[in-house]
Design a protein around this ligand. Structure first.
Ligand SMILES: [Zn+2]
Length: 292
């Protein structure tokens, strides 16, 4: 478990779309996938292409995730997503003003199979991503099973929370202007694309460290229990599993750093640790770093 006993997380924050599929859900994926590719938090499309569900017909039902106790958040994925977002809200609301930017919360939506987004239609094969135009984090919770079965990450709640925190990090980059003026078409192990991704990993580390001591004013208890070594290793395992080198090895068998957009497993591991240990935005300035 990671959420502290006694915690409670108000509902209504995260939307959930289930059943059916958006019209034309699996069709036209090529164009849509290209749009989303720029925004996806984990570059999983090459591996997941063949795994996408067909998605049935019918209407998707949208609800919001209801209030969850810490115990719920420790056992139920939807609750974990909602509670993690609440914790991220608290951390970034307190942290963003120092940058001179105004904080605003991202929207968050969990879906099954396929959904429409401000960046085009997404399917489970897209992987979790943040869409800047509608400032929304999109997640198919089934991805977390694939993270273990297809990418070899270890199980554990902090692995999931890392992914959510990474996507939230992209929202912070959006509202603080980091995304403006960088070359997001470029690739390579020291490209702006990779620097953007590694900074989101660093931000995820910052949140993880902070959530252990930040007290939720609504309940008087910290968001997270102290992180165990095993939990930290779960998060690091996820960061490594979605490294470009690992993905390339799995999809094509060869590793080509010139085409990286997200960074190697080692880079992602190291920047998460930097954020976790240093806990400052300055330490996460991957754009000024000489070596990544
Ligand atoms: Zn990302």
């Amino acid at each position: 478990m990671t959420f502290t006993e006694g915690g409670s997380f108000e509902g209504g924050r995260v939307r959930s779309r289930k059943g059916g599929a958006v019209a034309g859900g699996g069709i036209g994926l090529g164009i849509v996938a290209f749009l989303i590719y720029q925004f996806t938090g984990v570059n999983v499309a090459p591996v997941l292409e063949n795994l996408q569900g067909a998605g049935g017909g019918g209407q998707q039902q949208e609800t919001t995730i209801e209030t969850c106790s810490a115990a719920d958040a420790n056992t139920n994925r939807e609750c974990r997503l909602s509670a993690t977002i609440r914790s991220l809200d608290a951390f970034w609301a307190a942290t963003v003003p120092a940058t001179g930017a105004q904080f605003s919360e991202p929207d968050a939506l969990s879906f099954e199979a396929a959904t429409s987004t401000g960046c085009g239609n997404a399917t489970s094969s897209t992987g979790p991503f943040y869409c800047p135009p509608d400032q929304t984090i999109y997640l198919d919770l089934g991805f977390f099973d694939l993270l273990q079965s297809q990418f070899g990450a270890s199980d554990g709640p902090l692995a999931e929370e890392y992914v959510i925190a990474h996507e939230y990090g992209h929202h912070i980059q959006n509202i603080t202007g980091v995304m403006d003026g960088i070359d997001r078409q470029g690739t390579g192990s020291d490209s702006d694309s990779v620097r953007l991704e590694l900074q989101a990993d660093c931000y995820a580390g910052m949140w993880t460290n902070d959530a252990v001591t930040r007290v939720d004013p609504k309940t008087g208890v910290t968001f997270l229990d102290p992180i165990t070594e095993e939990q930290l290793n779960d998060a690091l395992s996820a960061a490594e599993a979605v490294g470009d080198d690992h993905i390339q090895e799995q999809s094509s068998g060869g590793v080509n750093p010139d085409t990286w957009t997200h960074g190697s497993g080692d880079q992602r591991h190291n920047w998460f640790v930097t954020g976790y240990n240093e806990g400052t935005l300055a330490a996460c300035d991957t754009f000024s770093a000489d070596s990544l």
